[in-house]
Design a protein around this ligand. Structure first.
Ligand SMILES: Nc1ncnc2c1ncn2[C@@H]1O[C@H](COP(=O)(O)OP(=O)(O)OP(=O)(O)O)[C@@H](O)[C@H]1O
Length: 353
């Protein structure tokens, strides 16, 4: 008889398959759950659902499919399209984790399956701190696969309900375990970083399906016209390639002025800033502090953690003051600050005024 029940989010990839197999072999009563996110073929769509069903059949566990395509369209696709057209570079993954994956999965598990735990194949760790009574979010042991940056926005309630069976594993160990259990997904290639974009496609091609070209000027900081663009949504802060401007020094996008339909460029120094403001902050491993704290921040998924002073402001905002000015701070992306392996908090980089 099982005494532990868990709903495992199955995308049809090797990571979630292995997470399910590990829990199954540990004696959990596993229920596989695949969220149907998008129309068409692809990782989280028809192919993924079939692979996930095969894994459940192999493990001899039930498989549920929940159709949340409308929610995904509103919370992710529309959010991306409106963000890009407003001159920001939104980060879909943390938004997706909170509002599309973890929230609906926990709710479905509780209401429909009378189950209070979920698990995913994310590479990150959760630790309950007895002293503060908070659930802490930690980096994965495999630093190369670490996904804690994308999970900073999970609430205490969601962290309390979640298990990450792969948090202590190296990716190579996951593959080895998948092969040991003869999982049908053991040799499946890695999924793409951006699941929305079709194989070999680009963000540009994805956006072009929704946004018409909107030609405008490329200007320098004094307003001098240096060239032309076909829509601010095709650009991101820090971008150097594809500007089509011949200049003695390399030029970078330093601002996207969607209101006036202008792309502003400058040299590397003008694209480097000492501070920025972050909103929609979620404090994870610690409660919101009342005074500034020292931490290390990542302003992009793959950026190096860098020393920062985090100054709490009102209305879930903070000011980040970097020890060293940072290149290409991008409104819409997440800034996530850590103490060692621990995610202290994170939020969305605000547009500069
Ligand atoms: N459509 C989905 N339905 C249910 N759970 C999902 C879905 N997509 C992703 N997940 C869960 O979120 C985890 C992380 O998703 P991500 O897109 O980062 O995939 P991944 O790291 O390549 O993992 P995998 O190899 O399992 O696809 C997955 O391991 C899975 O548990």
């Amino acid at each position: 008889m099982y005494n532990k029940k868990v709903v495992v989010g199955l995308s049809g990839g090797v990571d979630s398959s292995t997470a399910a197999a590990i829990l199954h072999h540990q004696g959990y009563e596993v229920i596989g759950l695949t969220l149907w996110l998008m129309k068409g073929k692809g990782q989280c769509c028809s192919e993924g659902m079939i692979d996930a069903a095969n894994i459940c059949e192999q493990l001899g566990v039930p498989h549920e499919i929940v159709d949340i395509r409308e929610l995904f369209q509103t919370n992710i696709v529309d959010y991306l399209v409106s963000g890009y057209s407003a001159g920001i570079t939104p980060l879909p993954c943390s938004q997706c984790n909170k509002t599309v994956k973890f929230g609906p999965m926990v709710q479905y598990a509780r209401e429909k399956l009378q189950c209070h735990r979920i698990a995913t194949g994310h590479y990150a760790q959760i630790n309950y701190d007895q002293v503060t009574g908070r659930y802490q979010l930690l980096r994965a042991v495999d630093r190369n696969k670490d996904q804690s940056y994308f999970l900073y926005d999970l609430s205490q309630e969601l962290l309390a309900a979640t298990i990450f069976p792969l948090g202590k594993l190296q990716k190579a160990e996951t593959r080895r375990i998948a092969a040991e259990y003869h999982l049908t997904t053991a040799d499946k290639p890695e999924s793409q970083d951006l699941c929305l974009v079709e194989t070999n496609g680009s963000m540009r091609a994805f956006l072009d399906k929704y946004l018409a070209p909107k030609p405008g000027e490329i200007v320098d900081t004094s307003g001098k016209v240096l060239g032309h663009h076909d829509g601010v949504h095709h650009y991101t802060i820090g971008q150097r390639k594809g500007l089509g401007i011949a200049a003695p020094e390399p030029l970078y996008v330093i601002a996207l002025d969607a209101v006036n339909n202008k792309v502003v460029v400058g040299d590397r120094t003008t694209a480097t800033l000492p501070e920025c403001t972050v909103n929609q902050v979620n404090w994870v491993s610690i409660a919101e502090p009342s005074t500034p704290i020292q931490a290390e921040v990542q302003i992009r998924y793959r950026s190096q953690p860098t020393p920062v002073t985090v100054i709490p402001l009102e209305n879930s905002r903070v000011r980040l003051v970097f020890a060293q000015p940072q290149f290409s701070i991008t409104p819409g992306q997440a800034a996530v600050w850590y103490e060692g392996e621990k995610v202290l908090g994170g939020g969305i980089i605000e547009q500069f005024t």
